[in-house]
Design a protein. Structure first.
Length: 225
């Protein structure tokens, strides 16, 4: 058993905390009804144990990750990821100290953040491609064409572009088992759930393409960052 795997009590607490944070953000943007709240419960949340990388957190949270998250069956439809990682747009992470010196570093902006997250998943690349699904320098038509001819295990992108790809039919939630919301903080200590534009895009994506699958228990949600 992994040393960083959460105890049952800690995992349950983390699920309730994550659920409360997401529901509060949803209410602030969409209002939210009792029925909508009932359709998104703490049991729909997956607690990710602490680890230096997203890959480490996913592996610790899902022991069967090689078979369930990083490999697509031969008959899996194209453009249907198992994991969707949602990263914020127009965000820059707070300044941190480099590990090898005392000089300050800036973490990357949106497109670079998506690439950074993909680079944190080297072992997931081996079984199935990880898709870059952001708008900077990549046309949506190109992404749609690639998704239409490729099996995908993990997609990493920004809310608005993901919503557009779903709406075009290029991206499918038919195999989706986990949605990871990347909540790193910018210089003003804001996450994608704090900034009006990205919060709006995030919950539009959720309501339009993810909510029913989450409510049905086919997809779980996690926070990272």
């Amino acid at each position: 058993m992994s040393r960083i795997r959460l105890t049952r009590r800690a995992a349950l607490h983390a699920c309730y905390v994550t659920h409360s944070a997401l529901w509060a953000s949803y209410q602030s943007e969409c209002g939210g009804s009792y029925l909508e709240e009932a359709a998104f419960a703490p049991e729909h949340v997956l607690a990710l144990p602490p680890a230096p990388t997203l890959q480490g957190r996913l592996k610790a949270a899902v022991p069967s990750w090689q078979d369930t998250l990083a490999r697509a069956p031969r008959d899996a439809p194209n453009g249907a990821p198992t994991v969707l990682v949602i990263a914020g747009a127009a965000l820059v992470r707070v300044r941190t100290l480099c590990c090898v010196s005392s000089r300050a570093c800036h973490s990357p902006a949106p497109a670079q953040r998506v690439i950074e997250l993909i680079r944190e998943l080297p072992e997931f690349h081996r079984g199935c491609p990880v898709a870059k699904l952001f708008s900077k320098h990549i046309k949506v038509e190109e992404q749609a064409a690639t998704l239409g001819t490729s099996q995908v295990c993990i997609g990493v992108g920004t809310p608005a572009r993901l919503d557009k790809l779903f709406s075009m039919g290029a991206l499918s939630a038919s195999r989706l088992s986990l949605v990871v919301v990347d909540c790193f903080r910018d210089l003003k200590n804001r996450t994608l759930l704090d900034i009006p534009e990205t919060r709006r895009d995030m919950w539009l994506l959720w309501r339009t393409h993810l909510a029913q699958r989450i409510a049905d228990g086919h997809t779980r949600v996690a926070l990272a960052g």
